[in-house]
Design a protein around this ligand. Structure first.
Ligand code: DOR
Ligand code: ZN
Length: 342
């Protein structure tokens, strides 16, 4: 297949930051219709008013259809949250275990402390998106997602069976199997976790632009993710987790977590689907499963991808006082977005 026309995808997990960085990266999600915007700013997007103001800044910066999330803290007011959802200000709520990742210090330390909020969300039909990793220093970083399934997610699901759950950026075979075993739970998958495994990050030198959280796992997990993403209609859908950091924060003695993929995420995903001989199932993953999970209509307009001669990936974007390096999987760019129609 040389050309692929699909309904316009949505990005169900995106970091846009704020200020000058927001102005630099917001236009780079041009291939996507809607995007679920992560709330891990400093300070976090914690109230309905915060979300409303941040939404306006995003639209002004050049991304027209943000779906906002609230950052769940142990001080979240359930009434404010439910009102923000009822008024259409927020799409979902994000749970970060405190200490799990970038700007997660305000996250949840003790799930019991947010029990009333979870109950209110379950009652009002507000979706919960989860960063699925435990944070205990004693748990190996490669095992933190699997431990989260047993210690947090399984009991959470049992306690709140009516709560709409999305397990974000799944990275392991364990998570794929857990999601398959729990119909109604959705899961996003990033391009870098499909394209790469931990050897790409660590063998022959340590490559900071492959470092994100949850961390890239071994090849067997990558293969399980590829099988899930290419499985057609179902629970798995596209969420880039595109997470820009300034160049100096990535190429540093202690490198920040996050891969910046937004500008060329669709070519990355398309290459993976081609390798899996599954281009005919890319539309389900990129444009249909996410809306179905959230009870929204898919986009009416389309994008067309074209396969061409191998080329180098663009190296970085710059502007507004920032430079951000794009994720480069280490193989050539073959697909490009030819047209956005509608
Ligand atoms: O790699 C990551 N970067 N994972 C996250 O969960 C957060 C993100 C960020 O905000 O930079
Ligand atoms: Zn994220």
């Amino acid at each position: 297949m040389e050309r692929l026309t699909i309904r316009r995808p949505d990005d169900w997990h995106l970091h846009l930051r704020d200020g000058d960085m927001l102005r630099l990266v917001a236009p780079e999600s041009r291939d996507f219709g809607r995007a679920v915007i992560m709330p891990n700013l400093v300070p976090p997007v914690a109230t309905g008013d915060d979300a409303r103001a941040y939404r306006d800044r995003i639209v002004a910066a050049g991304f027209a259809r943000p779906l906002m999330t609230l950052y769940l803290t142990e001080g979240t007011d359930p009434a404010d949250l439910v009102r923000a959802h009822a008024e259409g200000v927020i799409h979902a709520v994000k749970l970060y275990p405190a200490g799990a990742t970038t700007n997660s210090a305000s996250g949840v330390r003790d799930i019991e402390a947010v029990r009333p909020v979870l109950a209110a969300m379950e009652e009002a039909g507000v979706p919960l998106c989860l960063h699925g990793e435990v944070t205990e220093a004693s748990v190996d970083i490669f095992d933190r997602e699997a431990a989260f399934l047993d210690r947090v997610l399984t009991p959470l699901r049992a306690a709140h069976p009516g709560l709409k759950l999305t397990l974000e950026h799944v990275t392991t075979k364990d998570a794929v199997e857990w999601v398959r075993a729990h119909p109604g739970v959705g899961a996003t998958i990033t391009a870098q976790h499909l394209a790469s495994n931990r050897n790409d990050m660590l063998a022959g030198g340590m490559r900071p632009h492959f470092y994100c959280l949850p961390i890239l796992k071994r090849r067997t997990h990558q293969e399980a993710l590829r099988a899930a993403a290419t499985s057609g209609p179902g629970s798995f859908f596209l969420g880039t987790d595109s997470a820009p950091h300034p160049l100096h924060a990535k190429e540093a003695g202690c490198c920040a977590a996050g891969c910046f993929t937004a500008p060329h995420a669709l070519p990355l995903y398309a290459q993976v689907f081609e390798e899996e001989d599954a281009l005919d199932r890319m539309e389900a993953f990129a444009a249909l499963n996410g809306p179905a999970h959230y009870g929204l209509a898919p986009n009416e307009d389309t994008v067309t991808l074209v396969r061409g001669e191998p080329a180098a990936w663009p190296e970085r974007i710059a502007g507004h006082g920032h430079q951000v390096t794009l994720f480069d999987p280490g193989w050539p760019l073959r697909w490009r977005v030819e047209a956005r129609e509608g």
